[in-house]
Write a protein that binds this ligand. Structure first.
Ligand SMILES: Cc1cc2nc3c(=O)[nH]c(=O)nc-3n(C[C@H](O)[C@H](O)[C@H](O)COP(=O)(O)OP(=O)(O)OC[C@H]3O[C@@H](n4cnc5c(N)ncnc54)[C@H](O)[C@@H]3O)c2cc1C
Length: 567
C-alpha cells in the first residue's frame, strides 16, 4: 500500500493518487484476454504496468504542472533575432519523452519492432497505451496521435521518395532526433466546410510547392511536419481543387520554413499543449498523393485521429469513474461509506455504463482497424462506421460522465488541485475538434451511403450475439433493438433524413456496444459486465416510463448468471 493510499484510509478526504491505473483495473485485464493473443498480452503486461504506475502518480503530477504552466510563444531571441519558438514547460517535455520515446506511442504502428516484440504491434496495444496515458494527460495525446496519423497518411499516399526522406525522423524513438506531426486544415471560413479552403499552393523552383494563406486552428504548431490542405492556383473550384501537402518546420539548410505562428490560443482545456494560428508566407511544402485528392487523403488521417479521440474519451471516463468509485469506497457520511448508499450506487452505475460502453467500442474498433489493414473482406466498411460512432457518442458521453463524477467528490471536485476540473475542461474538446458532433453524426450517414456499412455492422452484431452464454431473452431484446436502430439509420440516410443523424448514431452506438459487451461478458464469464450490457440497453435504448421504477427483466439473466439487479 502506498503512503498516499494509507493516508486516505485514515483521513476524511480520500486521495487515490499513487494507485497503479493498470493493476487496479481488473476489468481491463479481463478484456485484454479477449482482444490480445496470450503471448503478446503477457509480453506487454509489464509495460502496461509501468505506464499504469506512472499515470497514477508521477505522470499525473507532470500533467497538473503542465496544465498550470501553459506554453508560451517567443518571437525574438534576446539578441534581437526574429526566431520563433514555443517555450514548453519541462513537465510537458518530460511527458513528450515518455509518450513518444519510451512508450513509442507515435511510432508503434509504423516500426517493425517495439518493446522487444518481433513484428508490428496490433492497434489494440497502441490504444491500451493511449487509454492509460490519457487518464493522466489529455493535451499531449493530440500531438502524439497526429504524429501517428500523419505517418500513416504519408506512408499510404506519399511518393516513395518522400516517404524515404521523412519517415525515419517521424518513427525514431530517439527523443533528440524525432519529429512530431500536426495537421493544419481549419481556416477562418473553412472549418467543417473544407471545400472553402483558400490557402494557395504555387509550384516552386525544384518540384516543391510554395504555400500562402492563414490557418486558424493549428495544434502543435511547431511540429517537425504538418499535413496541410491548400488549393493549387488555377485549379478546380470546391473540394476537387483541394490538395494535401507535407510542410516541414525547417528547410534543408536548417533554417525555419517560411511560416509564422501569429499567436497561441487561450484555451478552456488542453492547456498543456500549444494550439496556434499560422500564417504561411510562401512556405515550402511537398505534394502528398494526387493533386485534387486532398480531402479524400486527409480523411484517412482525420479518421485515424477520430478513432484516437474516441479512445481518449474512453480513458477520460475511466479516470473519472475510477476516482468516483474510490471516493465512494473511502469517504463516509452519516456514519456510512458512500458506496453503501443505494442512491450513490445507482449514480455510480450511471457513470460506469457509458464508460464501459466506450471501452468496449475501443477494442471493437481497434479490431476492425487491424482486420481492415490486413485487407479482410468487409472490415473497411465496419471500421468506416465504428470510427464516427465512437467519436460521436463516446466524446459526448465523456462530457457528462466527467461532470457527474466531479460531483461524487463533493466540494473538492470543483477545486483545481484535484483532477476533476481538468478532466471536465479537456472532455469538452473531444466533441468539437476533428469534426463537431453534427459533422461526425453526418459522417455515420455518409458511411452508410458510400460504404454500405449498415449490413456489415448488422452482420457483425449478429455474429457477436451467437455467443453461447447470452440469455436468449436478452439476445432477442438486443437483436430487436439493433433492427430498429438500423431501420432508423436507414431512414436517416434517405433524402431529407439528415435531421435524424444524431439520433441514429446514438442508437447504433448503444446497440452495438451493448451487444459487444454481452459478448465480452459471456466470453469472460463476467456477470458484472453482463449487467452493464443490460443497463446500456435498458437505460439508453429502450423506452421507459419515467413514473415507474426501472428493473432489468428477470428473463434477461442467463443460466449461470445471477438475476440482474434493478438500477
Ligand atoms: C483547441 C482546438 C484545437 C484545434 N486544433 C486543430 C488543428 O490542429 N488542426 C485543424 O485543422 N483544426 C483544429 N481545430 C479546429 C476544429 O477542428 C474546428 O474548430 C472544428 O472542425 C469546427 O470548425 P469551425 O470552428 O470552423 O466551426 P464551424 O464549421 O463553423 O461549425 C459551427 C457549428 O456549425 C455546425 N455545422 C457545420 N456544418 C453543419 C452541417 N452541415 N449540419 C449541421 N451543423 C453543421 C457545427 O456542428 C458547429 O456546431 C482545433 C479546434 C480547437 C478548439
Amino acid at each position: 500500500m502506498t503512503e498516499s493510499t494509507s493516508a486516505a484510509v485514515t483521513h476524511p478526504i480520500p486521495d487515490r493518487h499513487g494507485q497503479n491505473l493498470y493493476t487496479v483495473d481488473a476489468e481491463l485485464q479481463r478484456l485484454l484476454t479477449l482482444y490480445l493473443p496470450d503471448d503478446l498480452r503477457r509480453h506487454m503486461a509489464p509495460h502496461f504496468e509501468r505506464l499504469g504506475g506512472l499515470a497514477g502518480g508521477p505522470l499525473d503530477e507532470l500533467a497538473g504542472t503542465a496544465d498550470r504552466n501553459p506554453p508560451v510563444l517567443e518571437s525574438r531571441t534576446r539578441t534581437g533575432l526574429d526566431v520563433q519558438r514555443i517555450v514548453k514547460h519541462p513537465a510537458y517535455v518530460e511527458m513528450e519523452r515518455l509518450a513518444l520515446s519510451e512508450f513509442a506511442m507515435g511510432a508503434i504502428s509504423h516500426r517493425d519492432e517495439t518493446f522487444g516484440w518481433q513484428g508490428k504491434m496490433p492497434p489494440a496495444v497502441k490504444y491500451v497505451l493511449f487509454y492509460l496515458f490519457v487518464q493522466a494527460e489529455f493535451g499531449l495525446c493530440c500531438p502524439v496521435s497526429m504524429t501517428d496519423s500523419l505517418t500513416r497518411t504519408l506512408k499510404k499516399f506519399g511518393s516513395p521518395a518522400l516517404v524515404a526522406r521523412f519517415l525515419p525522423r517521424l518513427t525514431t524513438l530517439d527523443f533528440d532526433e524525432l519529429a512530431q506531426g500536426a495537421m493544419f486544415m481549419t481556416e477562418q471560413a473553412a472549418g467543417s466546410d473544407i471545400a472553402a479552403t483558400t490557402t494557395l499552393a504555387r509550384p516552386g523552383p525544384n518540384g516543391e510547392w510554395l504555400l500562402t494563406g492563414d490557418k486558424w486552428f493549428c495544434s502543435n504548431p511547431d511540429a517537425g511536419f504538418a499535413m496541410v490542405l491548400a488549393r493549387v492556383e488555377g485549379g478546380a473550384p470546391g473540394m476537387k481543387g483541394v490538395s494535401l501537402f507535407l510542410l516541414p518546420r525547417r528547410l534543408e539548410d536548417g533554417s525555419l520554413n517560411r511560416y509564422r505562428i501569429i499567436r497561441l490560443k487561450d484555451k478552456m482545456g488542453t492547456r498543456s499543449m500549444a494550439s496556434g494560428e499560422i500564417r504561411l508566407e510562401g512556405a515550402t511544402a511537398y505534394l502528398v498523393g494526387e493533386q485534387g485528392r486532398g480531402f479524400v487523403q486527409m480523411a484517412d488521417m482525420v479518421n485515424n485521429s477520430r478513432l484516437s479521440n474516441g479512445v481518449r474519451a474512453a480513458g477520460l471516463m475511466r479516470r473519472a469513474v475510477a476516482e468516483a468509485e474510490y471516493i465512494a469506497a473511502e469517504r463516509r457520511a452519516f456514519g456510512k461509506r458512500l458506496a453503501d448508499m443505494p442512491l450513490m450506487q445507482r449514480q455510480l452505475d450511471k457513470l460506469r455504463v457509458p464508460a464501459e460502453q466506450a471501452r468496449t467500442m475501443v477494442f471493437q474498433t481497434a479490431q476492425a482497424l487491424a482486420r481492415s489493414d490486413a485487407g479482410e473482406d468487409g472490415a473497411y466498411a465496419l471500421l468506416r462506421i465504428l470510427t464516427p460512432l465512437i467519436k460521436f457518442r463516446a466524446c459526448r458521453d465523456a462530457r457528462k460522465v466527467t461532470g457527474d463524477a466531479m460531483e461524487v467528490r463533493g466540494g473538492c471536485g470543483y477545486i483545481e488541485e484535484w483532477s476533476d476540473p481538468r478532466l471536465v475542461r479537456d472532455a469538452h474538446l473531444g466533441s468539437i475538434w476533428e469534426g463537431t458532433s453534427n459533422i461526425v453524426a453526418l459522417d455515420v450517414i455518409r458511411a452508410i451511403k458510400r460504404e454500405n456499412s449498415l449490413p456489415v455492422l448488422r452482420a457483425h452484431a449478429e455474429a457477436l450475439l451467437a455467443e453461447p452464454g447470452i440469455a436468449p431473452a436478452f439476445a432477442t431484446a438486443l437483436r430487436e433493438a439493433m433492427d430498429r436502430a438500423c431501420a432508423l439509420a436507414q431512414t436517416a440516410a434517405q433524402e431529407g433524413g439528415e435531421v435524424l443523424a444524431r439520433q441514429a448514431a446514438s442508437a447504433l452506438y448503444h446497440c452495438t456496444s451493448a451487444i459487444a459487451m454481452a459478448w465480452e461478458a459471456a466470453r469472460s464469464g463476467s456477470t458484472e459486465r453482463m449487467r452493464w450490457a443490460q443497463l446500456a440497453l435498458l437505460h439508453r435504448v429502450l423506452p421507459r416510463d419515467p413514473l415507474s421504477p426501472d428493473a432489468v427483466p428477470a428473463a434477461w439473466a442467463a443460466s449461470g448468471t445471477p438475476a440482474a439487479v434493478a438500477a
